[in-house]
Design a protein around this ligand. Structure first.
Ligand SMILES: *Cc1c(COP(=O)(O)O)cnc(C)c1O
Ligand SMILES: [Zn+2]
Length: 430
């Protein structure tokens, strides 16, 4: 009782509340709830922006996600974050790739987060919230990176962790992380959407805390991508941000971050939010092209970009609002276009990403070719996960090593026959 009283008290003093995006119903910060109990709409965290000075963001001290605690749903004085130094990722100016596409390009490499994907930004906030709520364990469904990240933060927090993966469809590096860091891993004979359905019921029944991106606290952490981009560009907002869309949480979160900078008077515009999906898993793109507010789920999503192999994205409504309100666009790309973009990022810029991340570059190239994106635009692409998450795919799309006897003559002859960088199959096995 005393604890409840204290919590209610600081929820008010901290100036945030939880609110349904559809019907506006409000909830307090100490309720465990993921969607509105009246209309089943998505929830959003709202702040009293008049009580937050711009200086606390622009001149924030520290690094990464927690540097922006003034815009996170926590008590600044009394919160002990569960952190492994997430965020603070580089924003690379990419002249070579930008020239090849015909646009001014920057890449924000979220694959350089501690567990290798942007999911860490959401998980540090989500698991810190889990500790504050005093839950007995955490759980998620995952195409891979969510489970890897949750397993690691749960380990750090000392919480039991349960993850549901679609059998045979998760990249090797991600499963390895979840297993290594002590999560209880379930491999479900279904796709991600099936796994999410199962874990939502499991969480209700077993009183576990659900840390998929339907949990609004996760998106609060992920919105710091916007704050970092703005800061790294000296608070000059880019014309456009392009990123892959799976469950559609990240595009919603980043848009929210840019809106908040505007609300605080730090910036005066927002970038056109541009979401890219795979051709055979594109419910958000289809909804956008038909001008709808919500998606029609796709029962059999398929793509080599396993992180965005999702047919029923839970955050679709938030994502579509972000795209419409910012004047953005949604487009799809083929697996071949994704593979080309993955190789271009690797070889023109030295940026190693997993396939889903390359969808952003593939989509940018397509939209530039279509004339939708102008050559003078300043574009930031988000690369969401690291190359080593999916080593099997990298090996499958690259030339194999030359197998040769360990003498200089053999190496020299292949080197001279093939020229620099160029390789011919017949030489390899000659
Ligand atoms: C989770 C993930 C995505 C998709 O993000 P959503 O928020 O689900 O749209 C894209 N790429 C990678 C590497 C991911 O891990
Ligand atoms: Zn509602």
């Amino acid at each position: 009782m005393v604890i409840y009283g204290l919590r209610t008290h600081y929820v008010i003093t901290m100036g945030y509340r939880v609110e349904c995006i559809r019907c506006g119903k409000r909830f307090s910060g100490d309720e465990i709830i993921y969607t509105c109990d009246r209309c089943s709409g998505l929830l959003d965290i709202k702040y009293d922006y008049s009580g937050i000075e711009a200086e606390r963001i622009v001149k924030a001290k520290g690094r990464g996600v927690w540097k922006y605690i003034a815009l996170l749903p926590f008590d600044v004085e009394n919160t002990v974050p569960i952190t492994i130094n997430e965020g603070d990722t580089p924003l690379y100016r990419c002249h070579r790739l930008g020239e090849s596409i015909g646009v001014n390009l920057w890449v924000k490499h979220e694959g350089l987060n501690p567990t290798g994907s942007f999911k860490d930004r959401g998980m540090t906030v989500g698991v810190t919230k889990a500790m504050e709520l005093g839950v007995r364990g955490v759980a998620c469904a995952s195409t891979g990176n969510t489970s890897a990240s949750l397993a690691i933060f749960a380990a750090k927090a000392g919480l039991p962790c349960y993850v549901m993966l679609p059998a045979g469809k998760v990249a090797m590096g991600k499963v390895a992380q979840a297993m290594m860091h002590g999560a209880k891993v379930f491999s479900l004979m279904g796709n991600f959407d099936d796994a999410l359905r199962v874990v939502r019921t499991l969480c209700d029944e077993e009183h576990l805390y659900l840390l998929n991106s339907v949990n609004p606290y996760r998106l609060e952490g992920q919105k710091t991508i916007a704050f970092e981009i703005a800061e790294q560009l000296n608070w000059e907002i880019p014309d456009r941000v392009v990123l892959p869309v799976g469950n559609a949480g990240n595009i919603s979160a980043i848009y929210k971050g840019f809106i908040e900078l505007e609300k605080l008077g730090i910036t005066n515009t927002v970038p056109k939010m541009t979401g890219i999906q795979a051709e055979r898993a594109q419910p958000v793109v289809k909804a956008f092209k038909e001008g709808r507010e919500d998606i029609i789920p796709e029962p059999h999503p398929e793509t080599i970009a396993s992180a965005i192999r999702i047919g029923n994205p839970v955050n679709a409504m938030k994502a579509l609002r972000a795209i419409y309100d910012s004047g953005g666009i949604a487009e799809s790309v083929t697996d071949d276009e994704i593979t080309d973009a993955q190789l271009q990022l690797a070889r023109l810029e030295g940026i190693g990403v997993e396939p889903a991340s390359a969808a952003s570059i593939a989509g940018l190239r397509k939209l530039c070719n279509m004339g939708v994106i102008e050559p003078d635009e300043r574009v930031v692409c988000i690369t969401t996960g690291h190359l080593l998450k999916d080593p099997e795919r990298a090996i499958a799309i690259c030339e194999p090593p030359y197998e040769v006897p360990a003498d200089i003559e053999s190496v020299r002859s292949i080197l001279h026959e093939t020229g620099s960088g160029e390789r011919r199959e017949e030489v390899i096995y000659a």
